[in-house]
Design a protein around this ligand. Structure first.
Ligand SMILES: C[S@@+](CC[C@H](N)C(=O)[O-])C[C@H]1O[C@@H](n2cnc3c(N)ncnc32)[C@H](O)[C@@H]1O
Length: 332
């Protein structure tokens, strides 16, 4: 899927002279239309990746296979995706390696799953858990579209991680866990049991309140190294002759990452020698209601209507790419 001349079924990213991008799936005899004319898919089939094709208006379009980072930004979405800049950090700092056994929850639209599958490879295992069946369907369809088939290392289980993980793995057998969800602190117990000693847990959270709560819950539970937290900011640069400067726009905030490692059974991390900052555990420390709601944490709900459309679109694209029928109401 990722090398050699373009073939029918390949996804191709077309860039027009103004830099606008369109993603098409190549089909024999089909045409890509814009309001100024069209170009023929047949002109691309058998052409090398990185070719330029001419539109009937005379405009030239650059044709390239989308990279994983391009695909993730244009694929159908149910939930908010992990952006490529954060996926790169997660793969590196969670130390995801070929052959690793990795647990991920939730799956959402499957953006992070694609990076994790790439990193574990066909000899590894990615066990992903998602409590919403409609999101799991969108993620499966996106992965099928990207890899051209179901990835052999991937299992998606619909259910809450807290209930489903103990049924799915033996204690101490998982190398790495990545949590991207509203309340990762609720999963610390089951994740701690599943992880092998020395295993890595990475949590990706959107707000500082979540960051604080998961770190404090891990410290209170014991059995973990001191949590490390950070965020990454990527600033693109404009490159044109002498006009070399940062881009005017950037993503100001995506999420925070917090990592920790599982200690051997019965071991507690050595006590911190530093005193906590005054007020660090003051009265304001706990959330007012005792539990943070999705709205308090700034999660935007997605309408059922939009989800049904996204689920249908994702399945239709996967069908076009793989040639086999995908029923969005059915599992794999
Ligand atoms: C922000 S999305 C994940 C996005 C995903 N990482 C991606 O890159 O596309 C969070 C997901 O976690 C799921 N979720 C939340 N808590 C969960 C739990 N305890 N077990 C399984 N899934 C959970 C939600 O349904 C939601 O789909």
């Amino acid at each position: 899927m990722r090398r050699g001349p373009f073939r029918a079924g390949d996804r191709v990213q077309l860039t027009d002279p103004k830099g606008r991008m369109h993603t098409i799936t190549l089909e024999d005899g089909k045409e890509f239309h814009t309001h100024r004319g069209h170009l023929k898919h047949d002109d691309l089939i058998d052409a090398p990746d990185g070719s330029v094709v001419r539109h009937t208006s005379g405009a030239e379009y650059l044709a390239l296979r989308p990279l994983l980072s391009d695909f993730v930004l244009s694929m159908p979405r149910g939930a908010q995706v992990v952006y490529p800049k954060d996926a790169g950090q997660i793969v590196t700092f969670a130390d995801i390696f070929p052959g690793a056994v990795v647990v991920e929850a939730g799956v959402g639209s499957g953006a992070l799953s694609l990076s994790l599958l790439r990193a574990v490879g066909e000899s590894g295992r990615l066990l992903s858990f998602e409590r919403r069946e409609d999101f799991a369907d969108i993620a499966r369809a996106n992965a099928r579209t990207f890899f051209g088939q179901d990835h052999p290392a991937w299992t998606v289980t619909v259910g809450d991680l807290v209930d489903a993980l103990p049924q799915a793995v033996e204690p101490g057998t998982v190398d790495r866990v990545v949590l991207d969800m509203l309340a990762p602190w609720d999963c610390l117990d089951v994740v701690g049991t599943a992880l092998a000693p020395g295993g890595v847990l990475v949590c990706y959270v959107a707000t500082t309140t979540q960051l604080s709560r998961v770190a404090e819950a891990a410290k209170a539970a014991g059995g973990w190294t001191e949590p490390q937290a950070w965020e990454s900011m990527v600033r693109g640069w404009h490159l044109e002759g002498l006009a070399v400067r940062p881009e005017h726009r950037m993503h100001g905030h995506t999420g925070f990452l917090v990592t920790m490692r599982r200690l051997a059974p019965g071991t507690d991390a050595p006590l911190r020698r530093k005193r906590p900052a005054p007020g660090a555990y003051g009265e304001d420390y706990a959330p007012a209601s005792g539990e943070w709601s999705a709205a308090e944490l700034g999660e935007r709900p997605v309408s059922d209507k939009k989800l049904r459309r996204t689920r249908r679109d994702a399945a239709a694209t996967a069908t076009r790419v793989t040639g086999s029928d995908t029923d969005p109401e059915e599992g794999p």
